[in-house]
Ligand binder design. Structure first.
Ligand SMILES: *Cc1c(COP(=O)(O)O)cnc(C)c1O
Length: 376
């Protein structure tokens, strides 16, 4: 049997009874929209993340859109983010008519480079009279927290908000703090393949103060006021389904154990792949933890990457590339007028990176098979 890239079947065997019971409960009470499971999940996850408020929503993308709407982002606003991320991060900015301004990444963590961020904010202030710097979206790529101790002062000293895109890092910690307790608002995704996934689309926002919580709750349901047929602002239909919340409640029970297992898998890979010439295995910055949404390795160059991926393919071992093309080179953002060479670190990494099978149930034996295939 071939090794799955992400093994949701084995995970389902652990939670089958409680998932079925949770879904049955929803079918019994019939409150498919905003049922009691939503508040229960928000309560559990906000307390897990040590943050005052959580707001369930329909996806990680909607979480980002809702957070940007709460900060009244619109045309003429610049929001700084990384080009080496999933499309949704920059797409959310552009959907609101604002301008994503890309900032190159750190070559080790693949997260936004705080020095480059400072430089880029200054550059926009000096040379782009058509743009008002408004905020920053930092992304915790592959599950590893961005460098918040350096990013937050750069954002706040420039009067910018900081949104944490924790779609890949829910459950990770930065200097002992859960990532969703960082920034002004944190956003996560429960897409099935994320570290904590549901059985469809889902997401959540995390906020510190009551005013932001109230705003997000209103934006989630068409800008509702005191009741849902009073509309005090524009919003969206951004609700999380009760059935998905029931699935998440069941899966959350085993999530802390899964985070530990993911770390063990990462440690085993690091030991097994250590002696492959020209290969760089991922490292986590001192004092932080990752939830290893992906285990992404860097080959020496593109040819070395193709050779390693070819050997894995021949051994029937799945791989993936996150991400082959940085966002500044995507056709959807052609209007931003970026070109090749604008973000050299992102472009270099995009040509050398690929990801190996990673999930909590990956056996040592399977990992040995991955390593053996790579060593040819
Ligand atoms: C998955 C992801 C999103 C979007 O989440 P969805 O739930 O798929 O909408 C946003 N940002 C990053 C970094 C992601 O990995």
């Amino acid at each position: 049997m071939s090794i799955p890239f992400i093994d949701l079947k084995t995970q389902y065997q652990q939670v089958e009874a409680s998932v079925r019971a949770g879904i049955d409960r929803v079918l019994g009470h019939g409150a498919y929209i905003m049922g009691p499971e939503i508040a229960e999940l928000e309560e559990r996850l906000s307390s897990f993340c040590a943050v005052r408020h959580a707001v369930g929503c329909a996806s990680g993308t909607d979480a980002l859109v809702m957070a940007l709407m709460a900060f009244e982002v619109g045309p003429g606003d610049a929001v700084f983010t990384t080009p080496f991320t999933f499309m949704a991060t920059a797409e959310a900015i552009a959907l609101l008519g604002a301008t994503p301004v890309f900032v190159d990444i750190d070559p080790v963590t693949f997260n936004i480079d705080p020095d480059e961020l400072r430089r880029k904010i200054g550059e926009v202030k000096d040379t782009r009279k058509d743009l008002i710097p408004k905020g920053v979206i930092a992304v915790d790529l592959f599950g590893q927290p961005a460098d918040y101790a350096r990013i937050e002062p750069v954002a706040h000293n420039n009067g910018l908000f900081l949104i944490v895109d924790a779609a890949q890092s829910f459950g990770a910690t930065y200097k002992g703090k859960p990532v969703c307790s960082l920034g002004d608002v944190a956003c996560t995704s429960f897409f099935p393949a994320k570290p904590l996934g549901c059985y469809g689309d889902g997401g959540m926002l995390f906020a510190h103060n009551d005013a932001m919580h109230k705003l997000l709750v209103s934006i989630r349901v068409h800008g509702m006021g005191e009741d849902k047929y009073e509309n005090v602002r524009l919003g969206i239909n951004g609700r999380l389904d009760s059935i998905q919340a029931a699935v998440l409640l069941a899966k959350f029970a085993i999530f802390p154990g899964e985070i530990e297992k993911r770390q063990q898998v990462a440690d085993r890979y690091a030991a097994l792949l250590d002696d492959i010439d020209g290969l760089t295995v991922p490292t986590v910055s001192e004092g932080n933890t990752s939830v290893w949404a992906q285990y992404s390795v860097l080959a020496r160059d593109a040819a070395h990457k193709d050779a390693l991926m070819g050997r894995l393919r021949a051994a029937d071992i799945p791989t993936a590339i996150y991400y082959p093309k940085p966002l500044h080179l995507q056709k959807a953002f052609a209007g931003l007028k970026y070109g090749k060479g604008d973000f050299p670190v992102s472009e270099n990494v995009a040509g050398r990176i690929f990801s190996l099978p990673m999930h909590p149930y990956l056996s040592g034996q399977d990992q040995e098979a991955v390593a053996a295939a790579m060593k040819g």
